[in-house]
Ligand binder design. Structure first.
Ligand SMILES: *[C@@H]1O[C@H](CO)[C@@H](O)[C@H](O)[C@H]1NC(C)=O
Ligand SMILES: *[C@@H]1O[C@H](CO)[C@@H](O)[C@H](O)[C@H]1NC(C)=O
Ligand SMILES: *[C@@H]1O[C@H](CO)[C@@H](O)[C@H](O)[C@H]1NC(C)=O
Length: 278
């Protein structure tokens, strides 16, 4: 587990300078929670994972208000709420008042252990006037996306084996404890459709983003990402396959009933927001 953490930490950062410029693939923003939809506060809010929200088309038009995002345990926002910091990657020790914003998109991280399911409302709250400037109710039946644990790679050839594969988000697989003898002359990760793997799939870059022939693995934990425009919702298997010899080394099936965090990414710079691991 220590191994897994150290691998993910470098991925767990936000691009501080352009929180407002996320490019999101495939129109997948997470599960919609609600819409502020007001004159003062507007914008849609989505659940990304258990403690992460994504807000799009956000507008706030009150200058110099003592206003903060506010997580509430009641449907009607009250003084008992807690500040949810904006931006999510703060540059100051103390929470900053919400500036005027016009049609921006950003991530919000709930504070210290709060989960979306533990809340009833999200508001923009004026701490001086003690009133809500706009709020949404978090539906009780909301199904929050979460990473999905799959079985391990089947063990067919070339010493391929792994721990249980996890789908971290709509484009990202975590493969722990991967072993492979490295002797396949034309071996790649491939994804595709159909009841069983075949050589007409799409190549998935290795953990370094390279499409070179795979080298051997000796217990490493790796993270690989599907190329555009694929997501886990439009593939049926992930295989390690030797194209030259049409040889299946082992594979995992991708279930249909997925509700995993969206792949929010900054495509130009390659910076992504990786989702917390359960
Ligand atoms: C790994 O996958 C197997 C088969 O799907 C499952 O029974 C097992 O609980 C999983 N292990 C973990 C740690 O999730
Ligand atoms: C699998 O089929 C879906 C359509 O059902 C398609 O969108 C997708 O690109 C296919 N996947 C691959 C890897 O070819
Ligand atoms: C990011 O990708 C989207 C579509 O996936 C594209 O419309 C946009 O131009 C890309 N942005 C950059 C900065 O490359």
């Amino acid at each position: 587990m220590a191994n897994l953490k150290s691998l993910l930490v470098p991925l767990l950062f936000l691009l501080s300078s352009s929180l407002q410029a996320f490019a999101i693939d495939a129109g997948e923003f997470g599960v919609e929670i609600g819409d502020f939809g007001g004159q003062t506060v507007a914008g849609k809010v989505y659940a990304v994972d258990k403690n992460t929200l994504y807000v799009r088309g956000f507008k706030f038009n009150v200058r110099d208000a003592d206003a903060f995002f506010w997580a509430g345990k009641e449907n009607v926002p009250s003084t008992s709420g807690e500040i949810v910091r904006y931006p999510a990657e703060p540059k100051t020790p103390d929470p900053q008042k919400l500036p005027v914003l016009n049609d921006v998109a950003f991530i919000l991280k709930l504070p210290h252990g709060l989960t979306i399911k533990s809340l009833k409302s999200l508001a923009v709250w004026d701490k001086t006037k003690l009133k809500s400037l706009g709020s949404i109710v978090i539906p009780e039946n909301l199904v929050v996306p979460e990473p999905r644990v799959l079985p391990e790679f089947s063990r067919i050839a070339h010493g391929l084996r792994s721990g249980n594969v996890t789908i971290l988000d709509a484009k990202t697989f975590l493969i722990p404890d991967l072993h492979y003898d490295g002797t396949g002359p034309d071996a790649y990760f491939l994804v595709g459709n159909g009841s069983k793997p075949h050589g007409n799939g799409v190549k998935v870059p290795n953990e370094h983003g390279s499409l070179n022939v795979l080298h051997g693995y000796n217990g490493e934990t790796i993270v690989i990402q599907l190329p555009q425009p694929l997501t886990v919702y439009n593939i049926e298997w992930l295989v390690m396959w030797c194209i030259k010899y049409n040889h299946n080394f082992g594979y995992v099936r991708i279930p249909k009933d997925l509700n995993v965090p969206p792949a929010l990414e900054q495509n130009k710079t390659g910076v992504r927001v990786l989702i917390s691991i359960p």
